[in-house]
Design a protein around this ligand. Sequence first.
Ligand code: NDP
Length: 315
Amino acid sequence: MTATLDLEQKKVLITGGSGMVGSALKLYIPDATFLSSKDCDLRDLEKCRETFEFHKPEYVIHLAAKVGGVKANSDFVGDFYRENILINTNVLESARICNVKKLVSLLSTCVYPAKANYPLTERQLHSGFPHETNFGYAMAKRMLDVQSRAYRKQYGCNFICAIPNNLMGENDQFDLNDSHVIPAIIRKTFEAKKNREQLVLWGNGNSLREFTYSGDIARALLFLLAVYNSEEPINIGNTDSWSIREIATLVSIYMSYNSEVIWDEKKPSGQFQKQSSNAKFLRLGWDTEWYSDFETTLEKVCVWFRENYPNIRGV
Ligand code: NDP
C-alpha cells in the first residue's frame, strides 16, 4: 500500500480535473473539486484568483495545461508558451495568495534538454535547450520549477514539482492531430478493423518508450502530497520500456485486428530511446510493484475505447 495523506475533511482542488489524469484522480479522491476550463479559464488571473478564493483549497494538484502533439506544438509554439505560462503563473500566484498548504504541479520528461545524458535525472532539467519541436511548452513547464522554488524561497510556499514520462489511460485525447503514441495506435487499429482498411503506422516501430498508467500517476501524486516536501523536482514514471512495434502487436491482439501492419518509414520514428531515472522516487519509498502491469493496463484502455467509441475525446 502506498502512503497517502488523509484528505478526508480537507479541501482539495484539482486544476485540469476534466483531463486524463484528473479523471483518474476522481476514483481516489471523489470529494475534491475538479476544475475544467469551463469552470474557470486559468489564463485569466482575476478569474483564477476568484476561483481559488471561492473554493479556499488547502491542497492543490495542478494538472491544467495546453497539451498537444508534435505538429500542434511546433505550428503554435508561441501559443503553447504563452498559454501555459499564463495558466501556471496564475495558478501558483492564486495558491500563494490563498495560503494553500501544499501544491504539486505536473511537468513532463519531454521538457528535459534535447541533448541530455540518459537516463534523465532531475538535475538535468535546465541544463540545455529543449527539443525545438516543443520548446514553447517545455520552457513554460520548466518555469513551474522556477516559480515554485522562488515562492518557496521568498514566501515559504510548499510547492513541489513531479515529472512523469509518457502517460496512457482512459479519457485520453484521441484526436490524431493532437494525440500521443498509444492513443494514436489504439484509434488507428480500431478504425482499420472497423473500416476493413490496412493499418498504417508512423516510423519503423523500433523506438523504445516508457509509459505510466494515469491511475498510477494519480496514486503517485497522492503519495507525494503525503511524503515529499523538497524544492527539487522528482521523476515519478514507470521506467520499463516498450518498443512501438511491441505495442502495436499487443493493440492488434486486443482489437482483434488480424491483418498486416504497414510501417511508413517516411514518417519520423523519433529518438530511439528516452530513458528516465526514477531512482529518487524509489528512495523516497515508492515501490516498482505499485505500478500497474503494462499489458493489463493497455488491454483495459483498449476495452474502454471499444466500449465508448465514438463518444471519446478527440474522435
Ligand atoms: P489533458 O490534456 O487530458 O487535460 C488537460 C486539462 O487542462 C483539461 O482538464 C483541460 O480542461 C485543462 N485546461 C486546458 N487549458 C485550460 C485553461 N486555459 N484553463 C483551465 N483549464 C485548462 O491532460 P492530461 O491529463 O493528459 O495531463 C495532465 C498533466 O500531465 C498536464 O499538465 C500535462 O502537461 C502532463 N503530462 C501529460 C502527459 C501525457 O502523456 N498525457 C505526459 C507528461 C506530462 P478542458 O477539459 O475543459 O479542456
